[in-house]
Design a protein around this ligand. Structure first.
Ligand code: NDP
Length: 285
């Protein structure tokens, strides 16, 4: 075969987009594997999303990620939605098969990968308390339900959002799920196996933010997870570690969804440690 100067292109569509760190780990992975691929950040206003997807098709992009505010709106613009993404009701990753664009959701899968591989815990038959009912909580809770947890408790400030998520969980997965209103301090019970902070509390620059939960009555082997990737050591994670509890930061979830996306797009095994190191270095700045 002759020379090939053509780079393959993937990227992320969002608005705003400048602070999105995903490209750091994907570009590091391309360099590590020696692939002539680029991951670009595209600032796409909501009214231009349909044109952006048409552009991705026309330019032969191999796939793309979606972030706020496009994860739901993109669904009607694709040729197929993966079953779990349909249950979640959002798409964060698009892969290309021939001329078809297929919508996936890797946020919850990335989280699950972290629980299994980083924390060494199988969530099957476990009771999980999730703080929050937004996009991250939705992706995580649906994937946990599909992984056969025993019970999910959704704890959220806004009742309507929490109850809607619980109804969707019950109707779409059949899991045992309930809503608890988050007013004041929420006590984590002895029966809880896994606690997940899936709110945005603690995300940079809110570095002192800590969800109002008490770990006092928690059992000694509770796993405390936070979705916040930056900074990974949130006040909740620090306190849980001080109390001798097992912890999982938001970094493995972010790396995990990137690993899954990389492998879907390129067909190569992702260099996970390189991707993680690239993010740690970026967040350290
Ligand atoms: P959403 O805006 O969809 O949801 C935010 C959630 O946080 C809601 O449940 C909201 O409650 C709750 N919340 C926010 N502020 C407060 C507060 N002060 N007190 C109580 N509850 C609060 O955001 P996403 O779900 O998309 O994202 C949540 C976080 O997850 C973000 O910080 C994001 O960075 C992180 N994330 C991490 C990923 C990773 O790979 N590590 C991947 C995806 C997201 P209410 O409904 O009452 O407003």
């Amino acid at each position: 075969m002759g020379v090939n100067y053509k780079a393959e292109v993937v990227g992320v569509f969002g608005f705003p987009i400048a602070e999105n760190p995903t490209g750091i780990m994907q570009e590091a992975a391309f360099v590590e594997i020696g692939l002539n691929w680029r991951y670009l950040l595209f600032e796409v206003k909501p009214e231009h999303l349909a044109d952006a997807v048409r552009g991705a098709r026309a330019l032969g992009m191999q796939g793309f990620n979606l972030t706020i505010p496009h994860k739901v709106a993109v669904m009607t613009l694709l040729d197929e939605i993966a079953p779990d993404a349909a249950k979640i009701g959002a798409v964060n990753t698009v892969r290309r098969v021939g001329d078809r664009l297929i919508g996936e959701n890797t946020d919850g899968k990335g989280f699950l990968r972290g629980v299994k591989e980083e924390a060494g815990l199988d969530p099957i038959s476990k009771k999980v308390v999730i703080l929050g009912a937004g996009g991250a909580a939705r992706a995580i809770s649906i994937e946990l339900a599909l992984a056969n947890v025993a019970e999910l408790v959704i704890v959220n400030r806004s009742r309507q959002r929490g109850e809607t998520l619980v109804a969707d969980l019950q109707n779409r997965t059949g899991v045992r799920a309930s809503f608890e209103s988050w007013t004041g301090n929420y006590q984590i019970s002895q029966q809880t196996d896994i606690l997940v902070n899936a709110t945005s509390i603690g995300l940079f620059p809110d570095v002192d933010g800590r969800p109002d939960v008490s770990l006092e009555n928690a059992r000694h082997d509770l796993l405390v997870c936070d979705v916040i990737p930056n900074p990974p050591e949130t006040p909740l994670i620090k306190e849980a570690s001080r109390n001798g509890l097992k912890v999982l930061t938001g970094l493995p979830m972010l790396v995990g969804q990137g690993v899954i996306g990389f492998e879907m797009w390129t067909g190569h095994r992702a260099p996970e440690s390189v991707m993680k190191a690239a993010l740690v270095e970026a967040f350290g700045d």
